[in-house]
Design a protein around this ligand. Structure first.
Ligand code: HEM
Length: 484
């Protein structure tokens, strides 16, 4: 452990001077897209709790995850930090306060149950298969298998989520192009750093609003962006369907009619799901692929595991892919990627209650913004041995290097925990396993040289990813293929 990690409960010992006095170091860090590195550097220097701005503390331990995000014994939770989770005109699951959140989550949850997932399988399979078919076309086509997998993973995950949330896919895989809604979304990510900056500096925020007003094209674009989802949801509600999409579950279960989600609330929440459930999954797929392609032994092993487990591509389905004990190495790769390349690398902040809170054994006064910083936590040597190394074996009890037996596995919470944890976790795992397994089964893969440094990215709440250029070839016949 770093000597400062266990240092003290004296808050001053964990307070870098500039950070304690001013908000600008944190604001600039966000603006530059280096927040993950800067916060990690502070943790490395000051230990497991550090003041990152006058009113905000960052933590990096398993216990802090529980204390900040878990449900308390008295059934209360630390509120989401209102300066970060800005409420819009419609209540929605991410920003709602505790009571409203419980109501919304109760109505959305059936769409994400294990039963729902199994019922959605045939819909999901169409997209998985289309992805593989399109990749095969590119191997045979003029690009000779040179493919931007980042785009392809975006296409498939956004197609899936739009199919489930809006009743129709964006059609990105089919057309091989970003749908305008997706293009707007990715353009907006670049602004997230600035928006965070603006939320700390009202003057910058004001300027931002004024510029938006002065640029009709920008606000027209925003309107079109919102209109699109509204129109789709209205059409879907009007026409009805037998498909097991999200709306089917949200509208068929009648709890307390007074507390039903109204149409506006349904739309607001579907919009959240549309973004929460697409980019995060695509990001992880890119990360796992990049790690495999830069670690050839792991790539061969994952590939052999998938190909030996499934003789025919039709053998891959949600049940066989998620069977306990199936694909242990691929699952270890998935976990290790969640650790080294968390789709949401920065803190999702909460505020301490009116009486203050005990976090990681320390009393923290009332109304302080607190959170666990995933990037710092997952790369801290106080939590993981060889924390910066890609070592999927650490997740395999029989093979983990002895040094890794001290890993604090509980400090990895990529889907958060407690009442506000990720509702789409099972769907995310299902998509990730299904897509990675199919890609590894069907193709030989090689990283193109311009993507060797792909991993080193800026972070604006989400990662500012570049294209991931990969050379794909058809699967080489194996001895087993010849025999059978
Ligand atoms: C690798 C993929 C994913 C990761 C790493 C991830 C991570 C997270 C995290 C950390 C949160 C907590 C947010 C907070 O505290 O404010 C969250 C919430 C949420 N996620 Fe995911 N997510 C993923 C995929 C998905 C998918 C596929 C869906 C749905 C289709 C989804 C739907 C949601 C929803 C609805 C919430 C809000 C839950 C609530 O507030 O009760 N996520 N996710």
């Amino acid at each position: 452990t770093h000597p400062m990690t266990r240092s003290t409960s004296k808050t001053r010992g964990n307070s870098p001077r500039l950070r304690s006095a001013f908000t600008f170091p944190q604001a600039f860090s966000n603006l530059k897209g280096t927040g993950h590195l800067d916060t990690k550097a502070l943790h490395d220097r000051y230990g497991s709790v550090v003041r990152i701005s006058p009113n905000a503390l960052s933590f990096n331990t398993a216990q802090a995850w529980k204390d900040i995000y878990g449900l308390k014994k008295d059934r209360t939770e630390l509120a989401k930090d209102p300066n970060y989770y800005i409420k819009g005109p419609t209540v929605q699951i991410l920003t709602a306060d505790q009571e409203e959140h419980a109501r919304i989550r109760k109505h959305l949850a059936p769409a994400f149950s294990d039963t729902a997932l199994m019922e959605q399988e045939s819909l999901l399979n169409q997209h998985f298969e289309l992805l593989i078919a399109k990749l095969k076309q590119q191997v045979d086509g003029s690009s000779q298998g040179r493919v931007d997998l980042m785009a392809q993973y975006n296409f498939v995950t956004f197609d899936i989520i739009s199919d489930l949330a809006l009743g129709k896919p964006f059609g990105a895989l089919e057309s091989g192009r970003y749908h305008p809604w997706m293009r707007n979304f990715f353009e907006a990510i670049k602004f997230l750093g600035f928006i965070r900056f603006a939320s700390i500096y009202p003057l910058a925020g004001l300027l931002f609003q004024v510029t938006q007003r002065l640029m009709p094209s920008l606000s027209a674009k925003r309107r079109a962006h919102l209109d699109f989802t509204e129109k789709k949801v209205q059409e879907r509600l009007k026409n009805g369907t037998n498909r097991k999409d999200f709306l089917q579950y949200i509208t068929e279960r009648k709890y307390d009619t007074e507390k039903q989600l109204n149409e506006e609330e349904i739309l607001g929440n579907l919009r959240v799901i549309l973004t929460a459930g697409s980019e995060t999954t695509a990001t992880h797929l890119c990360g796992a692929t990049w790690f495999l392609l830069t670690h050839p032994t792991a790539l061969s092993r994952a590939q052999a595991e998938v190909r030996n487990t499934f003789k025919m591509p039709e053998d891959m389905n949600l049940r066989s892919l998620s069977k306990p004990g199936a694909l242990p190495f691929l699952n270890a790769v998935i976990q290790e990627t969640l650790r080294l390349y968390p789709s949401i690398p920065s803190t999702l902040p909460r505020v301490t209650g009116p009486q203050g809170s005990i976090i990681d054994g320390r009393y923290i006064p009332a109304n302080i913004s607190v959170g666990v910083h995933p990037w710092s936590t997952y790369r801290s040597s106080s939590n993981f041995t060889a924390a910066d190394d890609f070592l999927p074996e650490r997740w395999l009890p029989a093979e983990a290097p002895i040094a890794c037996s001290r890993d604090k596995k509980d400090s990895l919470k990529p889907f958060s925990l407690g009442p506000r944890n990720c509702l789409g976790k099972s769907l995310a795992y299902a998509e990730i396993r299904s897509i990675l397994a199919r890609v590894l089964w069907n193709f030989e893969l090689q990283l193109e040289s311009e993507s060797e440094e792909w991993f080193f990215q800026k972070e604006f709440v989400l990662w500012d990813k570049a294209s991931l250029w990969v050379k794909l070839r058809h699967r080489r016949p194996t001895l087993a293929d010849d025999v059978t």
